[in-house]
Design a protein around this ligand. Sequence first.
Ligand code: DGJ
Length: 734
Amino acid sequence: MSQMIKINDNKWDKKIFHLSTENTSYVIEILKDSTIGHMYYGARIKEYHNSKKYIYMDRGFSPNPKGQDSDYSYDTLPQEYPTNGNGDFRIPAYQTLEEDGSRVSNFKYIKYEIINDKPSLEGLPSSYVKNKDTVATLVLYAKDKVNNLLVKLYYSIFYHLDVITRSVEFINEGSKEIKLLRALSMNLDIRDPNFDLITLYGRHNNERNLVRRQVVPGIQGIDSTRTSSSSHQNPFIALVKPETNEQYGEAYGFGLVYSGNFLAQVQLDSYETIRVSMGINPYDFSWKLSPGNSFQTPEVIMTYTNSGLGGMSRIYHDFIREHLLRFEFKYRERPILLNTWESFYFDFNETDIINLAYESKELGIELLVLDDGWFGKRNDISSSLGDWYVNKDKLPNGLLNLARKIKNIGLDFGLWFEPEMVSPNSDLYEKHPDWVIGIPNRDRSLGRKQYVLDLSRSEVQEYIFDTVSHYLDSAPIDYIKWDMNRNVTELWSEKLSADQQQELSHRYILGLYSILERLTTEYPHVLFENSSSGGGRYDLGMLYYMGQSWTSDNTDAIGRLPIQYGTSLIYPAITMGAHVSTALNHQVGRITPLESRAHVAMAGNLGYELDVQKLNDQEKKQIKEQIKFYKANRELIQFGNLYRLNTNDENENAWLFIDDAKAEFLVTYVKILSIPGAPIRFIRLSGLDPDALYEDTSNGNVFYGDELMNSGISIERVKQDFYSKIWKFKKIGV
Ligand code: DGJ
């Protein structure tokens, strides 16, 4: 612990908190009027001796707090959690509304506490530790003397992974009501203007594309207002130096453990400080804090590295696998599944599913997932969400019978649900029209012909829990695909008072988390896969409950390359559902070789999503081999270390997975288009042991690690679009 948090009283000001991880330092200083100042975050330093004491400077228009000199202004101070309305005109971290209508927030440091553990967050997903010795938490207490709002800033230090997590708790210790108008999870003021901002943007079928732009004066950022983290922007940003590339350079990462409306912004001010802030989106948000009540913000997972984007990704991958994923599948290889969606869509019966299962078993598949269409009168998207009883026309012998038959064939059985939704054309809607989010005297928008249930209501939470647990109790179900296929509109809940209606988006997410916490802890052996029109809610919050996520509805191998690339920036391969589908591809109409489709899907959690009965013998043979190969290597992919190679050529994609011992590795390579007069190509590998002798298992050729990393492996010239190849190397000596 002493290694992680050093506290010094110094002669200039009051207190310095120096937080250390193995390779990073984070320094906080209590400034002269008890404002909590931010001094440094970056590569590890041995000691901090107030090298930034000349931060005070007279700036013409900047106001000065009472009793302070003209060189002291919040407008220019680097702060940990900036207040509102006291002369700092940049983005505040929190803002309050008092009963008299005033909106000034101002707290002062009062004390600190050190916890030799990582506390969990009330009602919210958050990172955790098994071994308390590897973590320490600093809590800074600050109080607004006027309204008696206590603000607790949490910093948990994960020493070996170079991660610091942050969150904030507000407690109303006064006798009057306070409204929180803004309550972000973190703020960081970096005194260096030269950074690029990286974000992951997209849309349905094309999620998490990497965008990199220079930070310029003013505000740049991303958000969601959809009551879902969404496919449009992912709740993750990175700040990197202009020269940072995949292998080298400084990178700061900020990942929010939250699945609802979020905001992530950087603001480069006129004095060359970049303010980074992240948390629940203040847009259409407020929270009533009655006397004695508290509010907890979601957590942010921060890291700093000077090992480039690759180094940053590997930190997140290790951290997510070790400190966020839970339950029995945390350390278990994930099953190769066959999903019925692109195989049959809504058009199937029991015989079709059984035949598909026999064929799947033959190919080596391990889990059969019955997707949409098994319930109510659901033959297209226009009905039955909410009517979670078996469609007897399609499955006359019931679900238990079907599940047993699948199990007897030797496959695990998985089932699709979309429990947060209701179709207007359903028995549930007839019975409980008031359960839907919407305003009684206004039209309600439909999305995918469905409404959203009000998950802030306890009876709705009960209904969803009971529905899903009923099936888990009555049939041998090993896997659940939890889908959510629209965003929320016309926000209003019958159960909330007028002055709490702006709490609904956050309460919806809290309701969802409460259902998921109950379900996943009561059924820890069930593998849950998160889906939301593909990867529309692929975030750290959902991963805490569901150990894998459907990456995108786009199953085209080439379309998947940028999606999987962007996703891998923060999320590890073990979380990334990736399926081989048919050619002609259903989303983009492209024909790609079966081999390339598999090679791309093998960079994540391999699955299949096509009618395998329609394949010819040659294709079946190929798939059998693919599955055999993946089974032999999935430990390496799902638990190994990822190195993205050759990232500056947009026509090529190459990934390398290597184990911790650097004893074996896999390289996947995809070339998108064949180029006329193609140059000689070679790829330099990364992450190997330079002194180890590695053998290419396909032909017995041997190379030292240093040759593979510096000279590279050469790529055969093949005149073919969408070409791919996989190499497997094993260490055979030194
Ligand atoms: C959206 C999902 O992303 C798909 O994989 C599929 O499950 C459909 N919903 C079913 O309606």
